[in-house]
Design a protein around this ligand. Structure first.
Ligand SMILES: [Zn+2]
Length: 329
């Protein structure tokens, strides 16, 4: 019987300790109950940017493709595969942009949430692919109004994974779409300042089809919708003739494509006595360096439209959208 007496006090202490721990856990519940940020992997920088803006501190976003990376030819690396497999959610563009990753992503979609957010752009607003039936031009980010539907899809997708944060995602998306609308109005205004006959945009590949349709520009890419198709000599010759006959003053290099073909155009025009300059570098399929203005979606598009309008003889403010706002335009 004596062991009852000797063990009783320790049991009591242990119980008291347990209650104290329970109280501590209860007191700190708001902090520990808050779930960790949703781990999101995005293929392109533009999608990652939108996911960060919409998700705020409720998401941790990693972009697979950095500045200067061509999404048409990018293939997942070993570390990408590990990140994609570990992610809570994968956001990719779709519309056959990630041609070399599609097979892998579709397989992954069978076992975890993998969402092609670029496909939020409705069929009626898509530009059909010239060479493949049932395929579309993937470059929908070039027009902020179209990108807004992708932002909505990202907000909805995040909300499926984290319903408790749905209101936050919706309000962040709504605020971001106001920025997109402002950018769209700026683009419309500044691109209309170019004289109508000069509204011809010649670039390395066909990334600007939606841009041309939205802002009334004839767009000519030396290569097609994908950088994977090589440009023929006949294509170069035709474009040189266009530059000379229309007296186009500038062509544009792209951050994700070699400038070799653009140089060939300039030389070809020069041989016919017409001087063409490089109007600037456009961020076509990837944003600029992280931390720079062009390293955000808004900055990338502002840079593009400001550069195009300025080089083709329009009245573009030197520093883009915010310069114009500063002078009340
Ligand atoms: Zn492209």
């Amino acid at each position: 019987m004596s062991h009852h007496i000797t063990t009783f006090p320790p049991l009591t202490r242990r119980r008291a300790l347990g209650l104290a721990l329970g109280a501590a856990v209860l007191a700190s519940r708001p902090a520990v109950a808050r779930t960790a940020p949703l781990e999101v992997v995005a293929t392109t920088g533009m999608i990652a940017d939108a996911a960060r803006v919409v998700g705020g501190d409720r998401v941790a976003v990693r972009a697979l493709m950095g500045p200067g990376i061509d999404p048409h030819s990018y293939r997942q690396t070993r570390s990408d595969i590990a990140a994609l497999a570990r992610a809570d959610l994968v956001l990719w563009h779709g519309l056959y942009l990630e041609a070399q990753m599609e097979e892998f992503l579709l397989k992954l979609a069978a076992r975890s949430p993998v969402v092609p957010v670029g496909e939020a752009v409705p069929d009626a607003a898509r530009i059909a692919h010239e060479d493949y039936e049932g395929r579309y031009d993937p470059h929908v980010w070039m027009v902020p109004d179209l990108w807004a539907s992708v932002v909505d899809r990202i907000a909805k997708t995040l909300s499926v994974e984290r319903p408790e944060d749905a209101e936050l995602f919706a309000s962040n998306a709504a605020r971001y779409k106001e920025d997109l609308a402002r950018l769209g109005r700026y683009a419309t205004g500044v691109l209309a300042s170019v004289a109508a006959p000069a509204r011809v945009l010649v670039t390395a590949h066909d990334a600007f089809g939606y841009f041309g349709r939205a802002y009334g520009y004839q767009v000519e890419g030396i290569q097609g919708l994908s950088t994977e198709s090589e440009a023929g000599l006949a294509r170069i010759r035709d474009l040189v003739d266009l530059l000379v006959s229309r007296q186009i003053r500038a062509v544009f290099v792209e951050s994700t494509v070699s400038d070799r073909n653009i140089r060939a155009l300039i030389e070809g025009a020069a041989a016919q006595g017409h001087e063409v300059i490089v109007g600037g570098e456009l961020f076509s399929d990837a944003m600029g360096a992280p931390g720079t203005y062009e390293g955000s979606y808004l900055g990338m598009i502002d840079h593009n439209v400001t550069t195009i309008a300025g080089a083709l003889g329009g009245t573009a403010p030197a520093r883009g959208m915010d310069d114009r706002l500063a002078v009340g335009g």
